[in-house]
Design a protein around this ligand. Structure first.
Ligand code: SAM
Length: 247
């Protein structure tokens, strides 16, 4: 039956597009794309000719009926974003939610995603992690969010742009202390780099070598160290239990 295919595209290296993604893009009736000019380059590279429809954060709700009409007519559609997996810090959530509510078939076509790519090579714990997308642009809100996350034990993952990477590292240093960070930059591209150290060390390194502050970033922060045992609540709890047993 007609489906909405949610298709992951490369985050840099074009060879990361899966053969299945290429097949789907060549077989659908229409590709809904975050930026049609950007996606036109990918489709040209694949030798695929297919009509496109723009779908971005400002028109997403307005596009739902139009895309649903295709599906109702038995025509499948692919959703792509500029890079990586749609809906992950990218448009598509409203569309998928609405079409799912209408009983339409939604088929994921997996592929590159910057946060998973970064985690897979960082050497930080991955049994538990939380993804927080982009931190707020304004300093006050950014620091407040970091404070809120400061007690979390799991690995924290953020996306960041070259405009704010240094400010963000400085704020992470202040809010989260000297914890270990791994920053993945330009993943799958020519200048792919992993930097490791404390947030303030990494900010200083980018200050020295501005090339290190260029491109796209995934910032990964070790979780809060475990709280020391044998002090505070637990001992109080034991003392209380002993007292109750004595009664
Ligand atoms: N949907 C995408 C995904 O699946 O990862 C993310 C889109 S979001 C608008 C763009 C952000 O993802 C960038 O600012 C950066 O933080 C991260 N990103 C995307 N490509 C990257 C790459 N090649 N290297 C490092 N980070 C990347």
């Amino acid at each position: 039956s007609a489906s909405l295919y949610v298709v992951a595209t490369p985050i840099g290296n074009l060879q990361d597009l899966s053969p299945r993604a290429a097949t789907v893009l060549s077989e659908v009736a229409m590709v809904a794309a975050e930026d049609t000019r950007h996606t036109a380059r990918l489709l040209r590279h694949l030798g695929v000719r297919v009509p496109m429809l723009s779908l971005h954060e400002h028109n997403e709700s307005a596009r739902v009926d139009r895309i649903d009409a295709y599906l109702a007519a038995g025509e499948s559609i692919a959703l792509v974003s500029d890079a990586g997996t749609p809906l992950i810090s990218d448009p598509g959530f409203v569309l998928v939610r609405e079409l799912r509510a209408r009983g339409r078939r939604i088929v994921p076509v997996p592929g590159a995603c910057a946060l998973v790519t970064a985690l897979s090579a960082a050497g930080l714990p991955t049994d538990r992690f939380t993804f927080h997308g982009f931190l707020p642009a304004k300093g006050g809100a950014r620091r407040a969010q970091l404070e809120e996350l400061s007690g979390r034990a799991e690995t924290l993952v953020f996306y960041e742009s070259p405009h704010r990477i240094r400010d963000t590292l400085t704020d992470i240093g202040e809010a989260l202390g000297g914890r270990h960070l791994v920053v993945g930059r330009e993943l799958t591209k020519t200048f792919e780099t992993f930097l490791e150290g404390s947030a303030l060390e990494l900010a200083a390194r980018m200050e020295e070598d501005p090339n290190q502050a260029r491109g796209e970033f995934v910032v990964m922060v070790a979780g809060a160290p475990p709280r020391e045992k044998g002090v505070g609540v637990e001992v109080e709890g034991e003392a209380l239990l002993a007292a109750l047993l004595a009664e």
